[in-house]
Write a protein that binds this ligand. Sequence first.
Ligand code: PLP
Length: 382
Amino acid sequence: NMEFADRVQRVEPSATLAISNLSSELEAEGIDVVDLSVGEPDFPTPDNIIEAGKEAMDAGHTGYTSSNGILELREALAEKLTGQGIDADADEIIVTPGGKQGLYEAINTLIDDGDEVVLLDPAWVSYEAMVKLSGGSLNRVDLSPYGFQLEPGLDDLADAVSDETELLVVNSPSNPTGAVYSDEALEGVRDLAVEHDFAVISDEIYERITYGVEPTSLGSLEGMEDRTITLNGFSKAFSMTGWRLGYIHAPQDLIDQAGKLHSHSVSCAVNFVQHAGLEALSERTDDSVVEMREAFRERRDMLADLFAEHGVDVPVGDGAFYMMIPVDDDDQTWCEEAIQEAHVATVPGSAFGAPGYARISYAASEERLREAVDRLVEGGFL
Ligand code: PLP
């Protein structure tokens, strides 16, 4: 009779799991499900990256690396971050097996039992889970009334944070809304962080997937250099979800602490994957990134038009590849029925702290997206 840790028991299994289970069951019955629930680009990893991974394996890069990652990659990342206005040094970076691990390390390095973490809802599901695992307490600010945008100087945020706040998580471009926050909004965040002396995790994993806007890195703002953890990864920008590669940049003292967690848990990110990551950062990958971004943009515009044609008012973000569509108040039931009856898989908004919405991912072909909208319309879901 094993007794499980409270820490783990207070975390819910991923809300997307129920959806993907239903989806698999239907597919096993031979039913064609349009799956718009997934959070990964539907493109292959660019060839030059795959080649670099193979070459690295052939060259024998198959052992452990230094725990925080190979120096060449950390140097390249420091240069990249410096280019976006963050004064970064290779020593202030930990290369992680996926951005998720970086987030886990940052949160667990900062948060003790009862420490307050503020999230901007709707927020990516794993933030909540990780805060709960760390023992922190959640304080959530709902951006749904503002079309999911973080308005500059938003009173709701100013009212929520206090000297008790330890950490705020900002994710722009956002999963699940696609919102990209303006410079003014980020400056407002900075002012609050400085006033109340809290740290901010800036999750910039969708930074390369934006449409006509240049996202600003929070860590580049004056006053943020000593309190920002910049989180990023290769999954979304380079369609490398299964390679598991990400990184955090933070002030040296945080990196020193987080490095202990890193070395005693994962040891290091996969050696040849780090070499492939170095290639991914080179300009040889730029054309592929632009191609994927343009495909996402076309799909986003097409979907926005289709929803508008059907009289559905959908807030359209300037980044990432998600949209939150307004559905019934009971979004969980709506999503279950949409799968069962219309065979379209989406994720209930309540999983992200936004009941009454469903998240669709447009990392799917235009044909499949049209098919999904047709099915939802025919089934009376829209
Ligand atoms: N942050 C956000 C907002 C995400 O959506 C994801 C993936 O879904 C991640 C971080 C982590 O991605 P990965 O661990 O694949 O780098």
